[in-house]
Design a protein around this ligand. Structure first.
Ligand SMILES: Nc1ncnc2c1ncn2[C@@H]1O[C@H](COP(=O)(O)OP(=O)(O)O)[C@@H](O)[C@H]1O
Ligand SMILES: C[C@@](O)(CCOP(=O)(O)OP(=O)(O)O)CC(=O)O
Length: 503
């Protein structure tokens, strides 16, 4: 039977770069953009002699990239060897190796025969990323459609992905392989594959409401982090995998040694022992519940196509920290304070919404119709004023964050908030009902985000369109990894059909 798992994409609204170092925190919102992994047996029947085999087969299909790859997997070392000439997918390859090793490390002897049988049947893995992960700007333009979310919605689900072209003048050097929006497709993909395989192999059970749900998520988190780090060739902060597993939260990274020491151990220890050890490690990542206050919406706008490559930006910031420790420390301190202020204001707004729900609602709806410099004059009562002041406090904190991010970019010689994004963000923040806007994560040319009040997002989306910025269909969705009952291709097609019928 097929097992289908899905994991969400993310937007890091505070903590870019700082989150790489404990104990700095970052706020990461998960989204309704989801990556799916479908795992089923490659062979239904097992030949009697197969129990002697030391290899099994793995087939990986990525319909959106028009890729199909075959692998042989050693049942001794769990190493995958490509037997087809197709390009590799290290994220999925490590996800398979580490998930199988985790099964060996954790399942009791009584379950080993069943595990062996599932392995011998081979894996048929299909991966599908929701359209929101990728940039379809070029398709929309070439089809002569307007640059609107409606045009995006008219694309079929799981549309083919555009590759960024490479120019001889090196212009696209900073661009990633596929034209992406920056929602963390590799982390969501790795997490979905790990979750589907661990469920398929009986290591975790995500469909039960049992008390073990948290522990199951923790196992998926550790295996997905290990696989993602191996595939990326570095131990990043891991906020993208963390949000793909747990959904929206306030994240403090795990100690990098938890993974880096295991990578050293791989030279002299079998993979399942290494994985077993890491699973028992003292995982110290923090994830505190966080959600946007009520009646606030997350909106993403894609100003150009293609996105930025994060690793080179991180390298530049690290070099700057080494070459100018004093000034870089100073900037980080100020950024950290601004991040903490924004977080505190949003938490306070959540509290005010809970304590004064009606007043909160009416203040948000009023402010949603005005530019921020008019908010204060709309009110006189104490509670209303406190809410408006907190909104303005959140806004000012974001302006501060943006200022220091720009400083950091200038000092490190990289476009964290490049001039074109500054103009867009300033214009966005001056629109009626916009609480704040910024460049997510590492910044650069990925889609920008805005947090809007009430229904003002619709006007913002129209204004963006008229300035050649494509508002994406992405919304905040706090759900982390989950098991799906229906194939997303069937699901999305039927929901598309029913919405047409209803209309
Ligand atoms: N549908 C897919 N099928 C196969 N590989 C994919 C798919 N989507 C993304 N990838 C891989 O993930 C990489 C992008 O990951 P990442 O840099 O994390 O992007 P993001 O900005 O979305 O975080 C791509 O270069 C590609 O290797
Ligand atoms: C710089 C960072 O702190 C944040 C990068 O955030 P993005 O959201 O830009 O990430 P990508 O999906 O890799 O593009 C690096 C890190 O935390 O690992």
């Amino acid at each position: 039977m097929a097992v289908i798992a899905s994991a969400p994409g993310k937007v890091l609204i505070t903590g870019g770069y700082l989150i790489l170092e404990r104990p700095n925190a970052g706020i990461v919102l998960s989204t309704n953009a989801r990556f799916y992994a479908i795992v089923k047996p490659l062979y239904d029947e097992l030949k009697p002699e197969c129990w002697l085999w030391s290899w099994t087969d793995v087939k990986l299909t990525s319909p959106q990239l028009n890729r199909e790859s075959m692998y042989k997997m050693s049942l001794k070392h769990f190493l995958l060897q490509s037997t087809s000439s197709e390009t590799r997918n290290p994220f999925v390859e490590y996800a398979v190796q580490y998930a199988v090793a985790a099964a060996y490390a954790t399942l009791g002897n009584d379950k080993k025969d069943a595990l062996q049988k599932l392995l011998l049947q081979g894996f048929d893995i299909t991966i599908l990323g929701g359209n929101d992960f990728y940039s379809y700007r070029n398709e929309i333009e070439s089809r002569g459609l307007p640059l609107t979310p409606e045009s995006l919605a008219s694309l079929p689900p799981f549309t083919s992905i555009t590759f960024n072209s490479t120019h001889s003048n090196g212009e696209s050097n900073s661009k990633p392989e596929v034209a992406k929006t920056g929602l963390g497709s590799s982390a969501a993909m790795t997490t979905a594959v790990v979750a589907a395989l661990l469920s398929y192999l009986g290591v975790v059970n995500l469909s039960s409401d049992s008390g073990a749900h948290q522990e199951n998520l923790d196992v998926i988190h550790i295996i997905a982090q290990m696989a993602h780090c191996m595939a990326q060739g570095k131990v990043g902060s891991g906020f993208d995998v963390s949000s793909a597993v747990y959904g929206s939260h306030r994240y403090v990274r795990f100690s990098p040694q938890l993974i880096s020491s295991s990578q050293d151990a791989l030279r002299f220890m079998p993979l399942e022992e290494v994985v077993g050890g890491v699973l028992k490690g003292k995982w110290d990542h923090e994830r505190t519940k966080f959600s946007l206050p009520p009646l606030m919406n997350l909106l993403l706008g894609e100003p150009g196509s293609g996105g930025s490559s994060t690793p080179s930006m991180v390298g530049a910031v690290k070099n700057w920290q080494k070459s100018d420790p004093q000034n870089s420390l100073n900037t980080w301190r100020q950024l950290s304070e601004a991040n903490a202020t924004l977080e505190a204001q949003l938490n306070l707004l959540n509290k005010l919404a809970e304590q004064h729900s009606e007043t909160y609602k009416s203040v948000i709806y009023t402010c949603s119709m005005y530019q921020s410099d008019k908010w204060i004059e709309q009110t006189s009562e104490a509670i209303n004023l406190e809410i408006v002041k907190t909104l303005i406090g959140a806004r000012d904190a974001m302006l501060n964050i943006r200022f220091h991010m720009r400083e950091m970019g200038k000092a490190a010689g990289i476009p964290i908030e490049p001039e074109s994004q500054t103009q867009l963000l300033d214009a966005t923040m001056n629109m009626a009902g916009v609480l704040f806007a910024g460049v997510p994560g590492a910044g650069g040319f990925d889609a920008v985000f805005a947090v809007t009040l009430g229904d003002s997002g619709q006007n913002l989306s129209k204004a963006w369109s008229s300035h050649n910025v494509l508002a994406l269909l992405v919304k905040e969705d706090p759900r982390g990894v989950s098991i799906e009952n229906v194939d997303p291709r069937v699901n999305q097609i039927t929901s598309g059909v029913s919405s047409v019928r209803i209309a």
